[in-house]
Design a protein around this ligand. Structure first.
Ligand SMILES: [Cu+2]
Length: 381
């Protein structure tokens, strides 16, 4: 889902259904092809933890061990949204500690496929304390009652949102052999993983090897995002009516492992009378808000659970409501909003004509934490 739109509980439900399908597909099997393994220094290299880069494989000590997995990490506007490594092999009594930090929260969620997750309900609910907001369903956003140990039953275990606005860790100890599928409820399209729990004493890669693989994957995935951001950060224009030009701005960018909270190109120089077409055709949702002479409206608020089950987030309904059509005499002092853009959002494309010279600053209120801003500089014809 990414953080869901304040509009469209229906959209959220549809997306939620999609996420359930993703989970079901991954449940009980690790057919999720991550990067193909490359060479390792050991002929016994473990095929279930596939290194993205060359990593020396050593093996875990016999006693109960903690393994660290990266559950999403960002560098500025580039957000890797994946479990690194995604597929783990451990032994009964071992613990996995996930570390999450990004500009969208993550969850580590184990369940019983469709049945348990279907019980969560819709992604978004009206905020009972503030009619101007939606909040995430607490079943999704907050930690489940059951924590600490996965005992092999199919009970729902959820970390709740972690990793935003600050880095957070989450641990589970595995008490029973088996293959356990899990996912991030916020990013089910990229964040799925498996934990294979073998008998105590089995030979599995060491925590150092696991961490090296995870760090290597992070570097690979960041490089992919950098390359995609660079590819998009070039002027993209077409002939418009009369002597004018149409300028395309890509809203957000994705790879198979994450997203870039960027407008591409972030700054454009145009001539009065030109048109800008903003487009977001990906799975994340964004908006384009010209704040004009106002403060940028609040996008997301943080709600601390009074029962200590973590953080929830509110979404200001106003923040992403489209101003349609753009007001007469639109200039750089006028508030104007695309509303929410993306697949399953009210629009993929938003077209704005700029007739008045000025510097038009804009931002995405969903990704202010990622610094998602842009500018259209309009000079006289
Ligand atoms: Cu955004």
């Amino acid at each position: 889902m990414r953080i869901r739109s304040p509009f469209g509980v229906l959209s959220a439900v549809l997306l939620f259904v999609a996420s359930l399908a993703t989970f079901a597909a991954c449940d009980g099997g690790s057919d999720d092809n991550k990067d193909a393994p490359t060479t390792t220094t050991s002929p016994q290299a473990d095929a279930s933890t596939e290194p993205a880069t060359k990593v020396p494989v050593t093996y875990a000590p016999d006693d109960a061990t903690t393994f660290k997995v990266i559950a999403g990490r960002n560098e500025g506007p580039l957000d890797v949204e994946d479990f690194m490594p995604a597929d783990m092999r451990i032994r009964v009594g071992d613990t996995i500690e996930w570390t999450a930090h990004g500009f969208e929260g993550h969850t580590i969620t184990f369940g019983d496929g469709d049945d348990t997750l279907a019980g969560i309900g819709p992604y978004l609910l009206p905020n009972p304390d503030n009619a101007a907001e939606n909040i995430f369903n607490p079943n999704l956003a907050l930690a489940s009652r059951k924590q600490g140990t996965h005992d092999g039953t199919t009970e729902f275990i959820n970390s709740g949102f972690i990793g935003v606005p600050v880095e957070a860790k989450y641990s589970l100890t595995f008490a029973k052999e088996g293959l356990y599928a899990y996912l991030c409820l916020v990013h089910p399209f990229t964040m799925t993983g498996t934990v294979t729990v073998e008998p105590a004493g089995a030979q599995v890669p060491s925590p150092e090897t696991v961490s090296a693989i995870g760090e290597g994957e992070f570097e690979t995935y960041i490089a992919e995002l950098q390359a995609e951001a660079a590819r998009l950060d070039v002027p993209n224009t077409a002939l418009g009516p009369g002597e004018t030009t149409i300028h395309y701005v890509q809203v957000g960018a994705i790879t198979d492992h994450g997203q870039a909270a960027l407008y591409s190109p972030g700054a454009i120089d145009i001539v009065a009378g030109d048109t800008v077409i903003f487009e977001n055709d990906d799975r994340n949702f964004h908006n384009v808000i010209f704040k004009g002479d106002r403060e940028l409206p609040a996008g997301i608020g943080i709600i601390v659970d009074p029962e200590g089950r973590g953080l929830n987030f509110s979404l200001a309904a106003d923040s992403a409501k489209a101003v349609d059509p753009p007001p007469e005499g639109f200039n750089d002092q006028t508030f104007l909003s695309s509303g929410s853009m993306g697949i399953l959002q009210p629009r993929l494309i938003w077209t704005v004509r700029f007739d008045t010279p000025g510097d038009y600053l804009y931002a995405c209120t969903i990704h202010v934490l990622g610094g998602m801003t842009g500018v259209v500089r309009v000079r006289a014809r």
